[in-house]
Structure formats: C-alpha cells, structure tokens
Design a protein around this ligand. Structure first.
Ligand code: OGA
Ligand code: NI
Length: 265
C-alpha cells in the first residue's frame, strides 16, 4: 500500500511532458488523465481534482494500457491491484455471509469488472469556492479507497458531513449504489464528497468493484422472501447511462426510476 501510494504521488509529480499524452475526456480511452470530472463539458462548477483512470480487468491484459512512467508504475500497481482484488472478494464474501446470502453470491457478475482512479487534489487557494469531488454515491458495488495522511473525505451521516480521518494501513470501504439494491436497502449507499485545503496536496486511489455491463441488478431473492422487493430489475449498463446523465442530482434520486412505487388505494 505504501509503495503504491508512493508511485501514485510520483505520477502526479511527473513533469507535464511525461503525462500530457494521457490527457483526454474521451470516454472510449481506457487509460487517461483528466481534470475535474468525466462531465467536464457540461458541469456548472469544475472540481479541484486531477484524475488518472484505467481499467484493471483482466489484470494481465490491461497491464499494457497503464502509464509507462514512473517506470515502476506497472509492476507496483499490478501487485497492488492483485492484492486489493483479493481483499475486495474477501469483503464481498463476508458481506454475503452477513446478509445471509449464498457464499458465492457475488461471483455471478457482480465482481466482474474493475477500474482504478487515482485522484490528486492540489492545494486550493480558496476551498470555499469548490470541492475536490461533489457529493455522490459510487455507482458500483463496493469501492476500496486508499487515502494518504491528508484528510479530505467526508461522509454524510444524519444530514451532517463528517470527516473520515485517514488511518495508516487502512482502506475505506464504500457501500455503493448496487449494494443498496442487492441488499434490498439493508445496506445504504454511502454519500460522500471531498473537500480541499490550502496547504497540502492530497492523493487517493479508488478501486471500484463493478458489475459486468449485462449484469441484471435486483434485490437478492433470499432477502425478498419476507420483505417486498424495493427495486425492479435493471441492467447495469442502463443504470450507468442515467448515472452519467444525472450525476449532479441528489444521490438517492438515481435509484428512484428503479423503485417500486407504493400503490395508493
Ligand atoms: C471516488 C471518491 C474519495 C477521495 O473516487 O469516488 O469518492 O477521498 N474518492 O478521493
Ligand atoms: Ni466516491
């Protein structure tokens, strides 16, 4: 984890010429560097963040897409991702045990696709003007976030923003939208955002555990024997289209189109 964080920081310290070729907002590019969000053209406010994003699945095949600089990036990040991938599967196993689902529940399309974003938030002259990342809930299943010692992540608890204090050698595990659907609302997608500071740059890395595009999401059958299902079936790719189009809305609204409406008699 320490080595990976070092390499991530080294990447953002590279001179502009060594990383400018990766700079694009083109959706089809599988390893790229961009500023603010993927919605740069349409967003009202830009965010104080640079982001390196790349695929990690299948690990061996995506290796060649990753940055060549710093020279140890591929080796260190390859090892990091292989370990974080195992940790992600282990956490999903424990969550399925906790929810009372069959032990290989998440092996069926939910733990299929992976990508990494490395976020860099430079010191911001006036943090009251913008955020590092706006409030959102991650669209996937779970996210494993590595943060350095500089704080900035906040999570919404009872309508208040609370700082998630970084702990050495620990991951923050986010429950994301699809886990809320699968668990039939037993686990809630965590609303979070990133604030900036005037003094120190901050680097983080998010490992997203993502369902396959064709994965059908719905509450797990084992959880709807006694309780009615809260959400209808949908394809993950369909959800992602709404997510990208509506991402400035309240995070909870994104699941609204898939909710069963209560009938008024
Ligand atoms: C994200 C995210 C938090 C952070 O990448 O989705 O919420 O602290 N990152 O960088
Ligand atoms: Ni997030």
């Amino acid at each position: 984890m320490e080595d990976a964080m070092k390499v991530f920081k080294e990447f953002f310290e590279l001179p502009f010429e060594k990383k400018s070729h990766l700079y694009t907002h083109d959706e089809n590019v599988k390893c790229k560097l961009y500023t603010s969000s993927y919605n740069y053209e349409n967003e009202e406010i830009h965010y104080w963040r640079d982001c390196l994003i790349h695929d990690c699945a299948p690990l061996k095949e995506s290796f060649d897409l990753w940055p060549r600089n710093p020279p140890r990036y591929r080796e260190v990040v390859g090892e990091y991702l292989s370990q974080v991938g195992k940790l992600g599967s282990r956490i999903l196993d424990l969550i399925s045990e906790g929810l009372g689902l069959e032990s290989d529940f998440f092996a069926h399309g939910y733990n299929e696709d992976f990508f990494l974003t490395v976020n860099h938030y430079p010191p911001c002259p006036d943090p009251s003007f913008t955020l590092g990342l706006p409030k959102h809930c991650d669209p996937n299943v779970i996210t494993l976030l590595l943060q350095d010692i500089v704080p900035g992540l906040q999570v919404r608890v009872d309508n208040e923003w609370q700082l998630v204090q970084p702990r050495p050698n620990a991951f923050v595990v986010n429950i994301a939208h699809q886990m809320q659907v699968i668990s039939n609302g037993k686990l809630k997608g965590a609303e979070h955002r990133v604030v900036t500071n005037t003094e120190k740059s901050r680097t983080t890395a998010s490992y997203f555990v993502v369902p396959s595009k064709d994965c059908i999401l719905e509450p797990a059958k084992a959880l709807t024997q006694n309780d009615p299902p809260l959400y209808k079936q949908f394809r993950y790719a369909e959800f992602m289209e709404t997510y990208k189009a509506l991402s400035t809305q309240e995070p909870e609204n994104l699941l609204e189109p898939y909710k069963f409406k209560k009938e008024v008699i």
